[in-house]
Design a protein around this ligand. Structure first.
Ligand code: AMP
Ligand code: ZN
Length: 480
């Protein structure tokens, strides 16, 4: 697979530390509110990536944190604590809202066919691991104490701006409008590893530490959790593009200073979903959620389809009209798959051929729109329906659009509609939609007193070896 690596700013061949095995880490949600569909764009694309790697033959160990402590409203380690703000808003404890929104997050993921990572770890569960890392950073001079807090000393690093697509000036932390500079910091990029003196005296969750009772900074959780479950060598780190700086930059700084070697060579950043008005934010009042999509009559998978149609490295604009177009395209695709007749022999060689091509196309920097095109190519393939269905089933192991399940539901629904004829006329037979449709046409013709047409259809059915018997309120047919 070739994947764009935002640490090197190049598309590169995907490599792993241990052949055949991928240690993959994803920054999880901050659980102070529902996830918005922008957050979920990131998780959908990461889900496709994970499933792709599995289909390509890797064993994947995917780890994700849940940020339930210490995530400040501003990226500058200042501002209001988001968890605390959420708890106050809902008159609940921090842990209560964390649990509620964690469950809500995974319920949304399930509706979007986003698989649960192998390991999901709330940040509050690994305090001992953070303390161990921070202690070593203090001992080795990478961290210092000031004003009761422990800070990472970025001046000790040879290279800090790893993701230097960004302009250093734009990234100047602590000098943004409305954000107070932290006088304890020796330089503006230094960041908090452990707070004992925060502005929030009512901070609910605190733990004892060598530096006093307090709580961890935001960035340390991902280093601690990843090292615990992925080991010292991480292959692939994922997140939304806003995480690149300062969050991922700081994760690298502290992890590599702690480990003494390179930590994670490959970084996958999903670009933002925006509204025409701009950035999507869950700290603003009304925002777009999966529940809102459902309330407005959309299948959440139509949103997944919408996301897959465009590339993860391009910003995507959400409008209801754009979603309508995606939902219509998704519906048409399902109808075409529903028209295929299940049963019969699968041509395994043809199926493998198409699957190889699918993996190759998707393997070009996770080209998901080509992945969808591959489904249309399968529909047009010169092979039988059973083989087409088998190919589509294979592709859907990565795309996860429930293509076969939804098509089967449509087929069933169509059969039921034909059977009832929309008018209480019940056709029973051997479940062949084409024959059912002819029987129904004969009924409609008789109802319209077009007996010649009704007889013609009966003759046609006879000629096709169908024996038709009129029964009360309907008809029954069988092949003879
Ligand atoms: P948060 O819950 O704020 O920690 O964010 C969860 C994930 O969503 C992170 O990986 C963010 O980078 C990502 N994210 C935030 N906003 C957007 C957006 N508008 N579009 C895509 N991903 C986003
Ligand atoms: Zn993270």
């Amino acid at each position: 697979m070739y994947l764009y690596n935002s640490a090197t700013h190049k598309k590169e061949e995907f490599k792993t530390h241990t052949p055949g095995r991928v240690e993959m880490y994803t920054c999880g949600p901050t659980v102070y509110h529902f996830a918005h569909i922008g957050n979920l764009r990131s998780y959908i694309m990461e889900d496709v990536l994970e499933k792709y790697l599995r289909e390509a033959g890797y064993v994947v160990n995917r780890v994700m944190n849940i940020t339930d402590v210490g995530h400040l409203a501003s990226d500058a380690d200042t501002g209001e604590d988001k968890m605390l703000k959420g708890a106050k808003r809902e008159h609940k404890s921090v842990l209560e809202i964390a649990q509620f929104y964690t469950d809500a997050f995974f319920a949304d993921c399930q509706k979007l066919n986003v698989k649960r990572p192998d390991v999901v770890q709330p940040a509050t569960g690994c305090i001992a691991e953070y303390i161990q890392i921070i202690s070593k950073l203090v001992d080795t001079g990478y961290a210092y104490l000031a004003g009761g807090n422990v800070y990472f000393d970025t001046s000790k690093l040879e290279r800090y701006y790893i993701f230097n697509d960004h302009d250093e000036e734009d990234l100047a932390v602590g000098v943004r409008e409305g954000v107070e500079a932290d006088a304890n910091k020796r330089s503006k990029n230094d960041f908090v590893l452990w707070f004992t003196k925060s502005k929030f005296e009512d901070q609910a969750l605190k733990w004892d530490s060598p530096w006093g009772v307090g709580y961890p900074g935001w960035h340390i959780e991902c280093s601690g959790i990843s090292m615990k479950y992925n080991g010292e060598y991480l292959d692939l780190h994922c997140g939304g593009v806003d995480n690149a700086f300062p969050h991922h930059t700081n994760e690298i700084a502290q992890s590599e200073s702690y480990l003494g070697h390179e930590w994670c060579p490959q970084w996958f950043h999903v670009h933002h979903l925006n509204t025409p008005e701009g950035k999507m934010s869950k700290s603003k009042g009304e925002f777009l959620t999966v529940s809102l999509l459902e309330k407005n009559g959309y299948d959440p998978l139509a949103y997944r389809y919408f996301c897959l149609q465009s590339h993860y490295r391009k910003a995507l604009v959400f409008t209801w009209e754009n979603l309508d177009n995606a939902a219509a395209a998704y519906g048409k695709l399902l109808n075409r798959i529903a028209a295929l007749q299940p049963g019969g022999d699968v041509d395994a060689a043809v199926c493998q051929d198409y699957k190889d091509k699918f993996l190759q196309q998707m393997g070009n920097d996770l080209n998901t729109s080509m992945g969808i095109t591959a489904v249309f190519d399968a529909l047009k393939a010169k092979t039988n329906d059973a083989t087409k269905l088998a190919m589509i089933g294979e592709f859907d192991r990565v795309l996860s659009l429930s293509l076969l399940e939804k098509a089967a539901q449509l087929r069933e629904k169509a059969a039921q509609t034909v059977q009832s004829g929309g008018s209480g006329y019940l056709i029973t037979g051997e479940g062949d939609p084409e024959i059912d449709a002819l029987v129904l046409q004969r009924y409609e013709a008789k109802k319209a007193k077009n007996f010649a047409e009704a007889d013609r259809i009966r003759d046609e059915l006879n000629a096709r070896g169908i024996e038709l018997t009129d029964v009360k309120g309907g008809a029954n047919w069988k092949r003879v």
